[in-house]
Write a protein that binds this ligand. Structure first.
Ligand SMILES: Nc1ncnc2c1ncn2[C@@H]1O[C@H](COP(=O)(O)OP(=O)(O)OP(=O)(O)O)[C@@H](O)[C@H]1O
Ligand SMILES: [Mg+2]
Length: 571
């Protein structure tokens, strides 16, 4: 006996609908896509009960004739592509001819539409996928699609809908995200007759960023555009102090389509570089305009994922646009805590691939001395004056505009890191041979890591010798590292490097970070006035004086205005 049977059309369309439509917000996303494809410049959304009872989208776009109206509720009926090859250069949001029939199969739907050439419009009613009526009616040019009682015929699905407030939030979220690239379109959302969101038409996305990210963030957004062949990237970046532990405020658009994409996310993080702490995500909006034939949008039923043909060049262009967006502040201590230009990974890669480091062994002057200047009175400084130290940890500094607090460890970590890096880049790594080699007892796991990485570490001035069993001798270290507790330095380095193979750039970066952290002065270390001044002076010379190599902020600024506000001298 046969056990396989063809499903009835109604069940098949409900299954298909389930992939695209799972809540009111996904109905809205599809309807807005259609209105944008129909070239509307005004879109009004009405919802009731968070969209569970009603979602109505009215646009002033091209509209549909009576015949098109009848066709649009059929599956795989679309005006947007004709042949299979069109699928590989889709310029519109829609192309499958599935959204309207899917919504129609799980709701009570009504569409009213009129084209500008028609004298009157038509109203079509369809319930649970069954055509009820089509009739002539008076209507303005454009289309109104209304979906009532979502999932009325699928109780199991309906049960999964959340509270009204939650569904409404999702609806608003979809609206704001979808609206961002279309600043020329006026979007309005009404809930039970009250306007809850109005995105007025404007010249660019900036006014809408405030709705998406809040005012504070929008006001400090950094913008950058970059064009290479067949690809244009515009980024709107919030400074790293607004970074979050979730990536929910990183908005990515490929040809104006909102997508979730790991490659673009990684590229943005790469561009932020050391401005971000580990595990943090920036708030940012990334618009990528790419030749449609170079991206596949037909990857996921909700079209929220894409695949790039040349993901490498996308990655590089986005990462470098983000990196270049951060201005190089001329004066660290008067500029706000924004980033400076980051070092170029490519340049860096070129220099580390040369294995022949030149060691200047101890006797000549060191290429860079990071030791804070110890001689009292030897320094005449302009600019910020240190006025004291808080808990032996923060340098307090008076500036023209107010008070600076500088985390001394983070600041020195940055200085040691960049100086070491420069030394490596110019093959000028100074090495000190330890007079008495330092004896290290390691665990078996650590021993194995060291045995594998020993040769590579020696390129960076760290000479380890296997002494038998789990014992190693540390024979030399980079001369820039002073007052380091070698045991914890080596064990942290081993833990960081781990057993896995890392490429040369990451290997060096990890090594430098551990070196910088252990070589930098600690919190709780008291400093003299001149030591503090010298540290600040060096910090000012750094490429990225605002963040330590792990992304922690170095400087916080309180302006006199903020201080006076605190004391109610100004209101
Ligand atoms: N608001 C609208 N204004 C004008 N025409 C519309 C509108 N909504 C739908 N249509 C027409 O109905 C057709 C079917 O819409 P539907 O959303 O089902 O499919 P699609 O947009 O072509 O593809 P997809 O399923 O990928 O969204 C569209 O191709 C379009 O011609
Ligand atoms: Mg569509």
């Amino acid at each position: 006996m046969n056990t396989i049977r063809v499903l009835p059309e109604k069940v098949a369309s409900q299954i298909a609908a389930g992939e695209i439509i799972d809540r009111p917000a996904s109905v809205l996303r599809e309807l807005i896509d259609n209105s944008i494809d129909a070239e509307a410049n005004r879109i009004v959304v009405k919802i009731e009960k968070g969209g569970k009872a009603l979602i109505r989208v009215t646009d002033n776009g091209l509209g549909m004739s009576r015949d098109d109206l009848l066709l649009c509720v059929e599956r795989h009926a679309t005006s947007k592509i004709e042949t299979a090859s069109d699928l590989y250069c889709v310029k519109s949001f829609g192309f499958r001819g599935e959204a309207i029939p899917s919504i129609a199969s799980v709701s009570r739907m009504q569409i009213i539409s009129r084209t500008k050439d028609q004298l009157s419009g038509h109203r079509l009613r369809i319930e649970g996928g069954k055509l009820i009526a089509i009739e002539e009616t008076g209507a303005p040019t454009g289309t109104t699609v209304e979906a009532k009682s979502l999932f009325f015929n699928m109780p199991a699905r309906r049960k999964f809908l959340r509270a009204i407030q939650t569904e409404r939030d999702h609806v608003l979220d979809v609206m704001v995200r979808a609206g961002l690239p279309f600043s020329r379109i006026n979007f309005r959302v009404e809930d039970a007759g009250k306007t809850i969101l109005n995105l007025a038409a404007s010249n660019g996305p900036l006014p809408r960023l405030a709705t998406l990210m809040g005012r504070d963030v929008a006001e400090s957004i950094i913008e950058k555009k970059e064009k290479v062949e067949g690809l244009s990237v515009s980024v709107y970046l919030a400074p790293s102090e607004f970074a979050r532990s979730r990536g929910d405020r990183l908005f990515i658009y490929i040809n104006s389509r909102y997508v979730r994409d790991r490659l673009v996310t990684k590229a943005v993080m790469e561009g932020y570089g050391q401005r971000l702490m580990r595990g943090q995500y920036p708030q940012a909006v990334i618009f990528v305009e790419i030749d449609p034939s170079k991206v596949d949008v037909n990857v996921h039923p909700t079209k929220q994922e894409v695949r790039f043909h040349d993901s490498r060049s996308i990655f590089q262009t986005i990462a470098s646009t983000v990196e270049k967006a951060f201005p190089r502040s001329t004066h660290t201590f008067t500029a706000s805590a924004q980033g400076n230009e980051n070092f170029s990974q490519q340049k860096f890669a070129a220099s580390v691939s040369e294995p022949a480091w030149r060691y200047s062994q101890g006797d000549g002057p060191l290429p860079h001395s990071t030791k804070p200047n110890m001689e009292e009175g030897s320094l005449v400084r302009e600019g910020p004056q240190p006025i004291g130290q808080l808990r032996g940890t923060y340098i307090l500094c008076q500036t023209k505009d107010g008070l600076l607090m500088v985390d001394q460890h983070a600041a020195h970590e940055r200085i040691v890191y960049e100086n070491l890096k420069k030394d490596f880049q110019t093959s000028q790594i100074a090495v000190q041979i330890l007079l008495v080699p330092y004896k290290l007892e390691l665990s078996i796991k650590e021993k194995n890591t060291v045995l594998k990485k020993m040769d590579r570490l020696s390129h960076y001035g760290i000479e380890l010798e296997h002494f038998g069993g789990n014992t190693f001798l540390l024979r030399s270290v980079p001369a820039l590292l002073e007052n380091v507790e070698w045991n914890s330095f080596i064990t942290e380095l081993i833990a960081e490097l781990g057993e896995d193979k890392t490429d040369e750039i990451r290997f060096l970066d990890k090594t430098l970070k551990v070196m910088a952290c252990h070589g930098a002065i600690r919190a709780g270390h008291n400093m003299t006035q001149n030591e503090m001044a010298h540290l600040l002076e060096q910090l000012e010379e750094m490429d990225l004086p605002t963040n330590c190599p792990h992304g922690r902020p170095i400087i916080k600024h309180l302006t006199f205005y903020e201080i006076e506000k605190m004391f109610k001298r100004v209101v």
